[in-house]
Design a protein around this ligand. Structure first.
Ligand SMILES: [Zn+2]
Length: 325
């Protein structure tokens, strides 16, 4: 069946023909092996259902990979940028974690089979090794409680977390309790959202990157600058200040702080604005009616000024903190 299923992916016309043949074959074959009335095993999937499932598994792989990349980059910025986030610092769990119940509906069945549950938080990747002799998080762990309280919220959104934190989880189906020290960092986690246009958002609590943004912006430095920009909107209270974020001054300020966060996170932001302009022009395509972002020329000048300023502070050995407004 596996070989035939692979065949199915080669061209849709062949696919239909092979699928029809297999469908017949499937019916005949199951007729041969099943004893009527006593069979309790689930019916084998039809070839077209198998193919659909294979595609859904690929979608889940992609969703996981994007979540890991997004959270890895954002956590670098958050932990390294804690001195910038005065008044908005919280413990950060150094791992990519997905709230299983928050996955897109289309991934539900495949996710349930992969994780063995449809609730809790699955650890996709741990970003730091546990200290010698202790147990840390591992890929595939299902977190069921944090600090002794049942949770299905992204841990970073749980501001009551202390450090060290007690984590109750299931590993390979078995219950396990571990204790972990958490790093301090900016309290704005990054979440992936399903949207087929290139954009990122700040909602006051988290930053959100669309699936299209993750697909189009393969450069980690550019992604770090975008996450930094959105984190800055949260930090600066721009979401509370206005219903929607707008205003050239706010955007310019978010650029300034966001570049500092990206640099602190270890990303070498380019001197030229070219990379950043790529974002601006893409946003312009979908934001024709939203003229909130400053004109590219003005933004480019401010960008260069911020990058120069950072360079001067580095040479002088001064702390990399954004200039007051
Ligand atoms: Zn903005």
């Amino acid at each position: 069946m596996a070989v035939l299923a692979t065949e199915l992916s080669r061209g849709s016309r062949g696919r239909i023909a092979v699928a029809a043949t297999l469908l017949l074959f499937g019916v005949v074959a199951s007729g041969c092996v099943q004893q009527p009335g006593v069979d309790e095993t689930p019916r084998p999937l039809t070839p077209s259902a198998l193919e659909a499932r294979r595609l859904t598994e690929m979608s889940l792989d992609l969703w996981e990979a994007r979540t890991v990349r997004l959270q890895r980059i954002s956590q670098r910025l958050r932990v390294a940028g804690r001195d910038v986030c005065v008044g908005a610092v919280a413990p950060v769990l150094r791992a990519a974690v997905q709230d299983i119940s928050a996955l897109p509906d289309a991934l539900g069945d495949v996710a349930r089979d992969r994780y063995g549950t449809d609730e809790g938080l699955v650890v996709l990747e741990s970003f730091e090794a546990a200290p010698e002799g202790t147990d840390g998080l591992r890929s595939g762990d299902i977190i069921v409680a944090l600090g002794g309280r049942a949770t299905d919220a992204i841990p970073d959104l749980n501001r009551s977390l202390g450090s060290p934190v007690r984590i109750d989880l299931r590993r390979g189906g078995e219950p396990l309790t571990i204790e972990m020290d958490l790093a301090q960092g900016c309290r704005f986690p990054a979440l992936l959202m399903r949207q087929d246009y290139v954009n990122a958002f700040a909602d006051g609590e988290a930053t959100r990157a669309t699936t299209a943004l993750m697909r189009e912006f393969k450069d980690d430095t550019l992604l770090a600058m975008i996450i930094g920009h959105e984190m800055a909107h949260n930090l600066l209270g721009d979401v509370r200040a206005r219903k929607g974020i707008s205003g050239p001054r706010r955007e310019s300020r978010a650029d300034h702080v966001g570049i500092y966060l990206a640099v602190l996170g270890g990303f070498e932001v380019p001197e030229s604005f070219d990379l950043y302009i790529q974002l601006q022009s893409d946003l312009d395509l979908i934001e024709k009616r939203n003229r909130s972002h400053p004109a590219t020329v003005t933004r480019a000048a401010r960008y260069r000024k911020t990058v120069q300023q950072i360079q001067e502070k580095r040479e002088a050995g001064e702390p990399l903190l954004p200039e007051p407004e």
